[in-house]
Write a protein that binds this ligand. Structure first.
Ligand SMILES: NC(=O)C1=CN([C@@H]2O[C@H](COP(=O)(O)OP(=O)(O)OC[C@H]3O[C@@H](n4cnc5c(N)ncnc54)[C@H](O)[C@@H]3O)[C@@H](O)[C@H]2O)[C@@H](O)CC1
Ligand SMILES: Nc1ncnc2c1ncn2[C@@H]1O[C@H](COP(=O)(O)OP(=O)(O)O)[C@@H](O)[C@H]1O
Length: 492
């Protein structure tokens, strides 16, 4: 982002001070939507770098918008100041705004405010907070006020491993510039901010898009480019045959959820390989689906007749299932490995090197650590996922609030859709069904995974607008509508 900043300043008539003004305006535009009461007391803490410069520009703009009770606190712990900070300091001096210098933490003691804007340190943070900065962050947290962070909360690293015990400012919301910081996507960021919002500040978009980055956000337009319409004269054979090997007597639901998701994703034919005891449930709930009774199988007859195979949801760990997994890996058919099949793989590490290129593994955090070892932080876990995806030439779908899709080429696609109403059993089984349903329809494995994660989360987001919790079955049933919604938006 810093390079995009420099590029924009160098190649467009925009000066860095104007970019700072843009950033401050973008911050204020978002801020005033939440805080429209212009009589509230607002304390703006400004460091002496560009983050502090933003804070001063924000003060200026809020005053011009009629906010009556703005107080600016300059954090004077260092002599060094940035040029744009100095320009904005001069500007604020020319206004009536109340301004205080904080030379030591004790100067902050008697602050009366409703809201705090944290512009002390931003993305220029180069080491964990210590000394006066750490004490100030603790003091701000102790005030128990609503804190809005400019770009990032003070003390939060935009990328790289987050310190185990976060000692920075705890924000209610971080309003960050142009692109979300990678670390916002990891659960550890919840210690630093309850939520984040990204605002555009006019950096050169083409430059950002072309910058080599290992991380990129999946966007609706990516899905629009991949999705293909169903054409005239096509038939069930056109859309492929998916096989889902799943379920045991007490977890048959997992199989049914996965199969239902596959059906609603649009596979031409779906076969469920489940124990005999589940046949009545399957036939009653989804007469469209074919069944393959699994009781004595340790291999699948003619796997080549399926365009995509998934194994794992509710499968159980047993010697028979281990053999079944081994035979499916050997078949070299497009394969999605989930849930218990991942647990089997964790015990049979020798099978890892036999995985066919582009096999998809869909672990949640525990399954991931069982496969690849314990990890203390998400940053570290994602580094391992990237390395393993490259080494094994597989696609690793590391599931979370923001699911991370690690591709064999080292890229990580971050899925932004989904929400906590989806945190309920069976949701991952549904995701597996969607992935296999897309592969059956001849989408490449990486396309299938990206579409599946995005649409799965989008379905959950739609349902969560009207429900406290979203069941896995309801997400599965919603998939076809969400695909149609995206198709319709392409047509417009
Ligand atoms: N493209 C962008 O992203 C833009 C960024 N802007 C702002 O610029 C900020 C980055 O500004 P700067 O690079 O000046 O950096 P900061 O303002 O974040 O920090 C500045 C100073 O803090 C010192 N520092 C770093 N870590 C410290 C620590 N742990 N303890 C004590 N001092 C520490 C640094 O040595 C530096 O002198 C962004 O967060 C954003 O607010 C905007 O002004 C304009 C555009
Ligand atoms: N808070 C959340 N926000 C977004 N997605 C979530 C959230 N909680 C769960 N999910 C999604 O639900 C799925 C859960 O998968 P998993 O843990 O394997 O479920 P199960 O094994 O019960 O089927 C993942 O796709 C995950 O991304």
């Amino acid at each position: 982002m810093r390079r995009a900043d420099e590029f924009t300043i160098a190649t467009t008539p925009i000066a860095s001070i104007d970019l700072m003004e843009n950033a401050a305006r973008a911050f204020v535009k978002s801020f005033v939507k939440d805080e429209f009461d212009t009589t509230k007391k607002i304390a703006i803490f400004c460091g002496k770098g560009n983050n502090g410069g933003d804070g001063l520009a924000i003060a200026h703009i809020l005053i011009a918008k009629g906010y009556e009770n703005i107080k600016v606190y300059i954090i004077n712990f260092t002599k060094k100041q940035s040029d744009d900070f100095a320009i904005n300091l001069q500007r604020i001096t020319e206004t009536q705004c109340d301004r205080f210098e904080i030379n030591q933490v004790s100067d902050v003691k008697h602050i009366e405010t409703d809201i705090i804007i944290d512009a002390i340190l931003g993305s220029g943070l180069n080491k964990p907070l210590e000394g006066a900065y750490q004490d100030l962050a603790q003091l701000i947290n102790g005030l128990n006020k609503k804190v809005y962070a400019v770009d990032v909360p003070t003390g939060f690293f935009a990328e790289g491993e987050l310190p185990e015990n976060y000692n920075g400012v705890k924000a209610f919301k971080a309003i960050c510039f142009q692109r979300p910081k990678i670390n916002f996507f990891f659960p550890e960021s919840a210690h630093a901010t309850e939520k984040f919002e990204v605002v555009e500040i006019g950096l050169d978009e083409d430059f950002i898009q072309n910058e080599a980055s290992d991380f990129c956000l999946v966007e609706k337009r990516d899905i629009e480019q991949i999705l293909k319409p169903r054409k005239l004269f096509t038939h069930k054979g056109t859309y492929g045959h998916a096989l889902i090997v799943a379920g045991q007597p007490n977890t048959m639901g997992a199989a049914l959820l996965s199969v239902s998701a596959c059906l609603h994703t649009g596979a031409g034919l779906t076969t469920a390989c489940i124990p005999q005891s589940g046949l009545t449930a399957l036939n009653t709930s989804m007469p469209e689906v074919m069944a393959l009774s699994r009781d004595e199988y340790t291999r699948i007859e003619n796997p080549a007749k399926y365009q995509a195979i998934a194994i794992g949801p509710g499968l159980g760990v047993s010697t028979e299932n281990e053999k079944l997994l081994e035979s499916l890996i050997a078949s070299e058919q497009p394969l999605v490995i989930d849930a218990d099949a991942l647990n089997i793989l964790a015990e049979r590490q020798d099978l890892m090197s036999k995985l066919t290129e582009n096999t998809i593994l869909t672990p949640h955090i525990k399954e991931f650590d069982r496969l690849f070892g314990e990890h203390k932080t998400w940053w570290h876990r994602v580094q391992t996922a990237r390395q393993e995806a490259q080494k094994l030439k597989t696609i690793i779908v590391l599931k979370n609030q923001f699911t991370l899709i690690c591709l064999p080429n080292g890229k990580v696609h971050i899925n932004p859709t989904g929400n906590p109403a989806m945190a309920q059993g069976g949701m991952g089984d549904v995701l597996t069904g969607i992935i296999v349903g897309f592969i059956a329809q001849k989408y490449t494995p990486d396309e299938a995974v990206m579409m599946a994660c995005f649409i799965h989360g989008q379905a959950g987001d739609f349902l969560a607008k009207r429900n406290y919790v979203v069941t896995a079955a309801s997400v599965a049933k919603r998939i076809s509508k969400e695909i149609k919604k995206i198709m319709d938006s392409i047509d417009k």
